[in-house]
Design a protein around this ligand. Structure first.
Ligand code: PMP
Length: 354
């Protein structure tokens, strides 16, 4: 730390992203990326947009906002596009949390929430998940805080139905409830249709997972017009050009190739089913994930040990050194060859442990 660094941030522990190693080729099942390349339409559109990089991008993101709005049955002023969904989540912490509106989220969830809270000096409560690692809705009823729920949750992959989210919305009418749907496209039911019913609902989604665009950094928030206007105020006060023109073009391209996205999501769901079946045969216990990852533990091998042994064999998964979940590993649902490699390596490790 330099002697110039503001005291405000002296105690800040930044978010630790999953490993992105460049020194060796791993079977990479640690950051829930798509195993499929971006849509050819996205690639072609980004290349075309590169020809005009001397110009600033459109700060109103008009075309893409209209496209996303059309896809989700909302109007363009009910959507905000951001640099990954991390950015819209950050904006939500800035817009809807302060000393009088502390944040609340599960003890086991996306690790960035508490970093955003700390960054903005927002008090926060971490509400323990139930023993089966599901979110206990009762604990969120009438708590009068700004609530962040990843749905499906990460790293458990477990989901609440919209009817349960509605109970939380109804009981906290004076607080915003942010539903982070980064993993919604792999079999979950979205809360987007509820945005016209609840003025306190903000839904966030991303192009990073189902649309194979993690590297392009594109996310969005959907909510009533007034909420979205708040978020634009924050956006125009930080970076009006938050979505670059190549990303914007790629986003339009993939939105015009919905069949490609649908097919890939379908494949991920089939592969998840296969992966869970095979891990179960080997004696793993798993949460009922509806995301593009599974969360698995085995009684004969510690989570951290399995993680390290898989890494030695060239396979990366994600281990969280956190008390309640240290027995588990989160494994991205990759392509069939990647799953086969993981299963084969895991089988070998279990044999070695006998
Ligand atoms: N929410 C959750 C639950 C996530 O796991 C992630 C990805 N790590 C994000 C949001 C942010 O993803 P992105 O910024 O790539 O949209």
């Amino acid at each position: 730390m330099s002697r110039f660094f503001s005291e405000r941030f002296a105690e800040l522990t930044p978010y630790t992203p999953g490993e992105q190693p460049r020194e060796r080729r791993y079977v990479k099942l640690n950051t829930n990326e798509s195993p499929f390349p971006p849509s050819p339409r996205a690639i072609a559109a980004a290349a075309k947009a590169a020809e005009s990089l001397q110009l600033y991008c459109d700060p109103s993101a008009k075309l893409l906002s209209e496209k996303v709005a059309g896809r989700y049955g909302i109007s363009p002023d009910e959507v905000i596009l951001t640099n990954g969904s991390d950015e819209v989540l950050n904006f939500a912490f800035m817009a809807y949390c302060d000393m009088a509106h502390p944040a609340a989220f599960p003890d086991i969830t996306y690790g960035f929430y508490k970093v955003f809270a700390a960054l903005h000096n927002i008090p926060y409560e971490q509400i323990p998940l139930c023993d089966d690692l599901s979110i206990c809705v009762e604990d969120y009823i009438g708590i009068n805080k700004t609530i962040f729920i990843a749905n499906p949750n990460a790293p458990t992959g477990k989901i609440l139905p919209p009817s349960e989210i509605e109970r939380i919305l109804v009981s906290n009418p004076d607080n915003v409830v942010v539903v982070d749907e980064a993993y919604i496209d792999f079999g979950g039911e979205s809360c987007v249709p509820l945005v016209h019913k609840y003025e306190n609902l903000l839904v966030t989604q991303t192009f990073s997972k189902s649309r194979s665009m993690a590297g392009a950094r594109l996310g969005f928030g959907i909510g009533c017009k007034k909420l979205i206007a708040d978020l634009h105020t924050i956006r125009f006060s930080t970076n009006p050009y938050n979505v670059n023109s190549m990303t914007m073009a790629a986003g339009l391209g993939v939105m015009e190739d919905e069949a490609y996205t649908q097919k890939n999501c379908q494949t991920v769901c089939e592969n998840r089913h296969f992966l869970m079946q095979e891990l179960q045969k080997m004696g793993f216990d798993m949460t009922d994930s509806v995301a593009n990852f599974v969360f698995a533990k085995h009684e004969r091998i510690e989570g951290g040990v399995l993680y390290a042994k898989l890494k030695e064999k060239g396979i990366l998964v994600r281990h969280f050194d956190q008390p309640r979940i240290k027995d588990y590993n989160r494994i991205t649902v990759g392509a069939r060859e990647e799953i086969d490699a993981l299963l084969c390596a895991t089988q070998e490790i279990l044999e070695e442990m006998k």
